[in-house]
Design a protein around this ligand. Structure first.
Ligand code: AMP
Length: 284
């Protein structure tokens, strides 16, 4: 696997692959790779002739400077973790490659970007949409792989690829969890032992609430009870805990059509997010 740091070097390689008629898959990441990221890389390697993993901690998608400063940066061990998978390139652009002086363009998706993380983190999805558009164009990818862990991001990116007629097809991949049900996340590294022991309550509460709504219980009551369970277990402030339609992400009061349950909550100064599918009760 080659480590490439400039757009020009990347372009030289992708053009030679194109001349050979090869397909290209891209896996955009911010690094601190774990088994969740690696599941996307594995799928990309199975479905494309060439695979580019990108590593860029995108300042434009952080609305909190402290969160950006604390984001783990572990390029060497990331490169090592990728070695067995057969990706061709680890693309690690710096800020000046992505946002040269005078950079003045923002890609902004309405609708699916509103509420949830879009409400709690103003500007976040503009940052995501802008960097992802650039990465798709820079890598010339046929397919791009995103995790359902960030389900709203997956919908934002799907919308933007459709709306801007990008050739890159968006592939959503299931959330990879620890054995105790905690969704894998680079942010889990920042939890101390006691918080790490508390965190799996998120997965348990989501599963229980989803089952209850699938059995016909209204969202409002179910979520109120679930919030109490979270607080009792030691979780901190909840940014949002909502039932939303899939894939439009409109707020719902009952699980009467395909939906997902979304949670963002704080623990030990770390913001954790997770979501699960909610099967509609009418069809059961
Ligand atoms: P990040 O580095 O956090 O920006 O994530 C890069 C990609 O990995 C995104 O598409 C995420 O949705 C995906 N991802 C992160 N955590 C997981 C996970 N636990 N399971 C599956 N995909 C994940």
């Amino acid at each position: 696997m080659k480590i490439i740091r400039t757009k020009a070097d990347l372009r030289a390689l992708t053009e030679s692959w194109r001349r050979a008629g090869e397909t290209i898959g891209v896996v955009p990441t911010m690094g601190a790779l774990h088994a969740g990221h690696l599941s996307l890389v594995e799928r990309a390697c199975a479905e494309n002739d060439r695979v580019i993993v990108t590593l860029f901690v995108n300042p434009k998608q952080f609305n909190n400077p402290e969160d950006l400063a604390k984001y783990p940066r572990t390029e060497d061990s990331d490169a090592e973790k990728l070695t067995p998978y057969g990706a061709d390139i680890l693309y690690v652009p710096d800020g000046t490659q992505m946002y040269p002086e005078g950079f003045a363009t923002t890609v902004s998706v309405t609708g699916v970007s509103e509420g949830l993380c879009g409400g709690a983190r103003p500007g976040h999805f503009d940052g995501v949409a802008t960097v992802v558009t650039k990465l798709f164009l820079q890598t010339d990818a046929d397919r791009a792989y995103f995790g359902e862990k960030d389900y709203q991001q997956l919908q934002v990116v799907t919308r933007l690829a459709l709306d801007l007629d990008l050739k890159t097809r968006i592939v959503g991949c299931p959330t990879v969890r620890e054995d105790d049900g905690l969704a894998m996340s680079s942010r889990n590294l920042r939890l101390d032992d006691s918080a790490r022991a508390t965190a799996p309550v998120i997965g348990r509460v989501l599963d229980r609430a989803a089952a209850s709504m699938s059995a016909g219980q209204p969202a409002e009551e179910t979520l109120a009870r679930a919030r109490e369970d979270l607080a009792r277990a030691g979780m901190g402030e909840v940014d949002y805990f909502e039932l939303r339609g899939d894939p439009d992400l409109k707020l719902m009061t009952h699980a009467d059509r395909p939906a997902r349950l979304f949670l963002a909550a704080w623990l030990d100064g770390v913001r954790l997010i997770d979501n699960v599918a909610v099967a509609p009760y009418a069809s059961q």
